[in-house]
Write a protein of this length. Structure first.
Length: 87
């Protein structure tokens, strides 16, 4: 629990996966709504292109967090190396 309170472990990457599925459901509902309210082609475009855009956005967010994790590991490794290096 202390990892989360000190922000040592991030919860956002897990939330991004939930956000992806929620946005996907909203995308499908909007597309079907458009298709049945006279905007068939717009609804079809949303249905086909929306999931791709949502996926790309979520992947970008996850990559940003992976970059942060990698940089944190590099920093920690350098600190450990500096501690064990003789003066």
């Amino acid at each position: 629990m202390g990892e989360y309170l000190n922000f040592d472990k991030l919860i956002t990457p897990a939330l991004v996966r939930v956000l992806f599925w929620a946005l996907l459901v909203v995308d499908i509902m909007v597309a079907i709504s458009d298709m049945f309210s006279g905007y068939f082609w717009r609804g079809l475009a949303i249905l086909l292109l929306g999931p791709i855009g949502i996926r790309v956005y979520c992947e970008i967010v996850i990559v940003i967090f992976q970059i942060n994790n990698t940089l944190t590991e590099i920093r920690d490794a350098q600190r450990d190396a500096a501690r064990t290096r003789p003066s």
